[in-house]
Design a protein. Structure first.
Length: 250
């Protein structure tokens, strides 16, 4: 059974997530790195576990680009729906479902493959192992679109947008753990978690055996340093050594 035990540890039977990272929405907490040589610009999978600390506000989880007119973003909006946005809002999926339990961990998996002929197969969103299929806004990327998350030289950011961090509502507030980006493959949620056979609760599994691709990373938040290296909070443990710069954490 998945549960929260002291020190924000996510436990799950045979596999335990020992570390997490807290982002302060009132501050300017964020992690950055520059994208380098993606394997395949049309396919990726992003997975993270998150526990929000408040509702009715924006929580920017993953963003890319330095241009307010052409950004990609995964976030909770100010109505507590999950949004996946490409091309500055030209392509947007907004869930009908609202996520307002600030005591719960949510595992978000976004699997993208813009080569798919059927538009609805190009972006798939899963929350705690269940695919979201009901959307208030439902516009999919064009076929074969190269997403900003997979463009060399662009900024990849966790915790805020990439073009303006002056307004408080653009920040992530809460705790995240097991943050994973897979370059070149659109994975199923079962590659990141499973349903407990007794309780039916979605729980994490060991994902260290996955292949991450050139632009992929795995953040376990094991360290407490502020450097952009293996001793920093943004250390990449995928084997790619794509460490994130740590900014303004208190």
């Amino acid at each position: 059974m998945s549960l929260i035990i002291p020190a924000n540890t996510l436990a799950s039977g045979g596999f335990t997530v020992d570390n997490s990272c807290r982002f302060n929405s009132a501050g300017d907490d964020k992690m950055d790195r520059t994208i380098e040589s993606p394997t395949l610009g049309t396919k990726f999978t992003f997975s993270t576990w998150i526990k929000k600390d408040l509702n009715g506000d924006y929580h920017h989880i993953l963003t890319s680009s330095a241009n307010p007119g052409n950004f990609d973003i995964i976030r909770f909006d100010n109505s507590d729906n999950l949004q996946v946005i490409f091309q500055g809002g030209g392509d947007t999926l907004t869930t009908d479902r609202e996520f307002r339990d600030v005591a719960a961990w949510y595992n978000i998996v976004v699997a993208v493959d813009t080569t798919q002929g059927t538009a609805a197969n190009r972006v798939k969103i899963y929350i705690n192992g269940t695919q979201e299929t009901s959307f208030s806004t439902e516009t999919y990327p064009d076929q074969n679109l190269i997403v900003n998350y997979q463009v060399s030289g662009k900024t990849l950011r966790i915790g805020a947008n990439t073009w303006d961090t002056s307004t408080g509502h653009e920040k992530l507030g809460g705790v995240i753990c097991e943050t994973v980006f897979i370059d070149g493959v659109a994975h199923a949620p079962t590659d990141f978690g499973e349903f407990d056979e007794d309780s039916g609760i979605w729980k994490p599994i060991d994902i260290s055996g996955l292949t991450f691709g050139n632009n992929g990373f795995y953040l376990e938040y094991k360290q407490s340093g502020t450097g952009t290296n293996a001793s920093g909070m943004g250390a990449d443990t995928s084997g790619n050594d794509l460490n994130f710069a740590v900014n303004n954490f208190t």
